[in-house]
Design a protein around this ligand. Structure first.
Ligand code: ZN
Length: 416
């Protein structure tokens, strides 16, 4: 007997709002009813919205990024019950494939307005901007960032299991402490998003009592946590395996925030090439794996599918823990990473790109970031490497004046 057809466990109806979909939710909570169940070893498709639930348009303005309604993000598909999974087990999720929808062969990279949330360079680029990417098979290119084309290392930004009530309470307690400490200093939205009723969605089959609980207690989906969640690991692509701790009977697997491609760091927050699409998964369970592996957070194995650029085709920029105002920080890797990004941006401006275009490109293209050293007091050294072969011109350093080209522009707000 041959193999059975792959069934679609969760379907999206794009004629309806995310808040009307049976298999969609936007909080982590053990009382959210399973939207589907699967057997171990069974391959299944899961259809996913983009992270915003279809709020962004394929156009040349960043107005939709500025108008983003963030109380409802991320819109995830699930939870999916996996037969036989019990607390303490490890759920092995094999990512067999990810594809955009045939009628949506495009995605976008955005920088949010500073009032909406943080991004690495929000002090320098505080306004909403956007680039739209067109997909051609495995490749993508953008009319907003010309002379660039590369194959996508396609992956889910979010893959996670449902927390137990105890774990959920622990998350809320520690994040509230941090929030309370920082809220007096910084804009609260720059620190953490705590549970809130506004925008909560927990699927169409939830009873009112359970909904009230989810609205009050449900963890927001922005940070990665022990269960996985918004890890944004660019190499968790086709053929990868993720090992996720199980906290509730059936695991409650959810997935979403699909990315056609992303650079290490996803520096612009609405970074990566965000898209709607279909992910094909297969699950199995390792009994008592959490204890046996001494596991606190997920592990994963990257797949074998990846674009290969020669090792000496990555132009690499450095950053140290001295900020752009000349202030010395102590081994601060974030300061160092920001400097590497700024140094790269400055270099590419010499070809005619704007800073905004390269900021968006670094969120989207397969750039690699490494902590090169974190003990050489007082400076950490971060390196940021960009593959030269994603450009259709020579980007290597040469003597003499660099030739500026007409690079157009990314999408800005319609009026200031
Ligand atoms: Zn994303």
């Amino acid at each position: 007997m041959g193999k059975e057809a792959v069934r679609t466990a969760i379907q999206i109806d794009f004629s309806k709002k995310p808040y009307e979909q049976p298999g969609v939710h936007n909080r982590w909570h053990p009382d959210i009813p399973f939207a589907a169940s699967v057997k171990q070893g069974e391959a299944f498709h899961v259809q996913c919205f983009d992270w915003t639930g279809n709020q962004i348009k394929n156009d040349d303005s960043a107005d939709d990024i500025r108008a983003l309604e963030l109380d409802g993000v991320h819109f995830l598909s699930g939870p999916i019950g996996v037969e036989g999974a019990e607390p303490g087990d490890v759920l092995v999720v094999e990512i067999q494939d990810i594809q955009p929808f045939d009628d949506k062969p495009w995605g976008y990279t955005g920088v949010l307005d500073i009032a909406q949330g943080p991004s690495l360079l929000d002090d320098l680029y505080p306004e909403a901007i956007k680039a739209v990417w067109d997909f051609e098979g495995v490749f993508c290119s953008s009319r907003h960032i010309p002379h660039v084309r590369f194959p996508g290392l396609i992956h889910p930004g979010i893959l996670g299991t449902m927390p137990s009530p105890e774990l959920l309470a622990k998350w809320t307690e520690r994040e509230t402490k941090l929030f309370d400490y920082h809220a007096s200093i910084n804009s609260p939205l720059q620190i953490a998003r705590l549970p809130q009723e506004k925008g909560t969605y927990a699927g169409s089959s939830i009873e009112p009592e359970a909904y009230a609980k989810v609205a009050k207690e449900g963890a927001r989906t922005i940070p990665p946590r022990e269960h996985g969640g918004n890890c944004d690991i660019k190499n968790l692509s086709r053929g990868s395996k993720a090992y996720l701790p199980v906290y509730v009977k059936g695991a409650g697997l959810s997935v979403g925030d699909l990315h056609f491609s992303q650079g290490d760091g996803e520096i612009s927050f609405c970074g990566a090439i965000e898209m709607a699409g279909i992910i094909t998964l297969k699950c199995s369970v390792i009994k008592n794996g959490v204890k046996d592996f001494g596991m606190n957070t997920p592990m994963y194995l990257p797949g074998a599918v990846e674009a290969h650029y020669g090792p000496s085709r990555y132009l690499t920029f450095e950053g140290i823990s001295v900020d752009e105002h000349g202030k010395q920080h102590f081994l601060d890797a974030k300061v160092a990473f920001k400097q590497a990004v700024l140094n790269l941006i400055e270099y590419f401006k010499q070809f005619g790109y704007t800073g905004e275009q390269i900021y968006l490109l670094l969120s989207a293209a397969p750039v690699q970031a490494h902590i090169s050293s974190i003990v050489d007091v007082p400076n950490s050294c971060m390196s940021l490497s960009i593959p030269a072969d994603i450009f259709d011109f020579d980007i290597m350093p040469k003597e003499g004046k660099m030739v500026k080209m007409d690079m157009g522009s990314c999408a800005y707000l319609t009026k200031k």
